[in-house]
Design a protein around this ligand. Sequence first.
Ligand code: IPE
Ligand code: IPE
Ligand code: MG
Length: 249
Amino acid sequence: MTAQTAKLRVLPPDLKPEYLPKHVAVICDGNGRWAKRRGLPRIMGHKQGVEALKAALRTCNDWGISALTAYAFSTENWKRPQEEVDFLMSLFQVVLRQELREMIKENVRIKFAGDLEALPSSLQKQIYAAMEETKDNPGIQFTVATNYGGRQEILSACRAIASQVEQGLLKADEIDEDVFERHLYTVGVSDPDLLIRTSGEMRISNFLLWQIAYTEIYVTDTLWPDFDRDEFHRALSSYQQRDRRFGKI
Ligand code: IPE
Ligand code: IPE
Ligand code: MG
């Protein structure tokens, strides 16, 4: 490692380690526009988006952020042209195959959040194997929201809880936030402290509807494939200027 790369790996001195978000969630948006601006097909934007995601994971690891959740494919993204959906499904498989060893080496705990049953069966197999193989890793928690929809997640939690009530295993008045959270895909992962959305759109697009109740939101016009360490730094600087009150004064 050169002195320059070693320097990049430490937390920039203007960021206070004690006020870093523990969990950062990202809506990785703008891949298509990134490609279009270069006269390239949209899929090239997705390929470059993977590089940005790898870099974001490395940044979190280097700077001591203990969880990263990335929105990779929404329940609404099936409505895209079939070629794009097919490309994304095969991209997930290729990337998982290529990167799993490296993630294991870095002690990453990988989790996929979403309705995984609807994914191609070969991808499902890879996903379950990767989750199983990394589940006890002590490093960063990396959650990939794949075929994820916040409404669908809430409905599936409701169904599971209702079925427990039907079977007499649970009383209706025992349903509280803890019980509910145990039925979400994100069980065991703290709520995000910071949500970053790239490419300027001021919307949530069905991401983590329950979990972002008190999350700080940061929107940047930068397109996801261009979201680098300096951009991450800017998002964290903004976060560190926020006054998180949680309803108090
Ligand atoms: C985000 O980039 C990646 C996925 C939704 C899979 P987009 O593909 O939405 O890019 P834009 O928003 O069309 O630029
Ligand atoms: C959100 O981006 C989903 C992902 C980043 C995977 P979209 O591009 O699908 O969101 P909209 O359509 O702009 O709301
Ligand atoms: Mg988009």
